[in-house]
Design a protein around this ligand. Structure first.
Ligand code: 13P
Length: 258
């Protein structure tokens, strides 16, 4: 983290977990123990049907609610899809784009780029995900793969718009497996992502971009991961479903930075 230049962001990704009623219960419990300090931004990205309950519950707080996906089109005949401006109108601040679980369902880099543009145009903060498979890591192509994903996701994103974008590095082999990247592994890739942003934009833009780590981040390993200079927060799956665990991760972000 480096709070002098950029925001620290602790974001939950609930994936396909919790009903609207369970969302209400979570938010009540979370609000009761939520840290008061302002050392980081807090986001909770929830299933679409849970957004109204989450927004209502968090209205008077500083927690931003997000969606887990959006469609790239502004409206039209896309049965079952949700447009970015619908999410904004529903009270969302964030949207996760290009999660590996969605890429596995067939989402392409071109889809992801179109969604990033749709999100920015709708005034949402896109949390753009990238990450390599274990096979790619073992083949030694992690850096190239991540650079490619980031360059494709950010095509046509202006200097003005990149200020609104959050990037999340989520090695696929670490998601939901309990096998976290070591702080050094995560730091290395997050640093490389910052270099990609620097080459695409400028040092100033690279320095100001929040780059999160995701993949089995929990209340035990968060402090060490967040202590890395280029890891500006977390995108947390499993541990964001339990208020006490999520709070501990938020507290882990309260540490001195350079
Ligand atoms: P886990 O924290 O459950 O490994 O999930 C990470 C993730 O995919 C967040 O987007």
């Amino acid at each position: 983290m480096n709070r002098k230049y950029r925001k620290t962001v602790i974001a939950g990704n609930w994936k396909m977990n919790k009903t609207p009623s369970e969302t209400k219960e979570f938010m009540t419990a979370f609000k009761a123990i939520m840290p008061k300090g302002r050392w980081c931004d807090i986001a909770l990205c929830v299933p679409a049907v849970c957004i109204p309950a989450a927004v209502r519950a968090m209205r008077e707080t500083r927690v931003g609610i997000g969606a887990e996906n959006c469609n790239a089109n502004p409206s039209g005949a896309y049965t079952g899809e949700i447009a970015a401006n619908m999410l904004t109108d529903a009270g969302c601040k964030y949207v996760i784009i290009g999660h590996s679980e969605r890429r596995a369902m067939g989402e392409t880099d071109a889809d992801i780029n179109a969604k990033v543009h749709a999100a920015l145009e709708a005034g949402l903060i896109p949390i753009v995900c990238c990450g390599e498979t274990l096979e790619q890591r073992e083949a030694g192509i992690t850096s190239e793969w991540i650079a490619m994903q980031i360059k494709l996701a950010l095509q046509g994103v202006s200097e003005e718009q990149i200020r609104k974008v959050i990037i999340a590095y989520e090695p696929i082999w670490a998601i939901g497996t309990g096998r976290t990247a070591t702080p050094e592994q995560a730091q290395q890739v997050c640093e490389e992502i910052r270099t990609v942003v620097r080459k695409l934009y400028s040092s100033k833009h690279a320095r100001a971009t929040s780059i999160l780590y995701g993949g089995s981040m929990n209340e035990k390993n968060a402090f060490e991961l967040l202590a890395q200079p280029d890891i500006d927060g977390g995108l947390i799956g499993g541990a964001s479903l339990v208020p006490e665990k999520f709070v501990k991760i938020i507290e882990a972000a309260n540490q001195p930075t350079m």
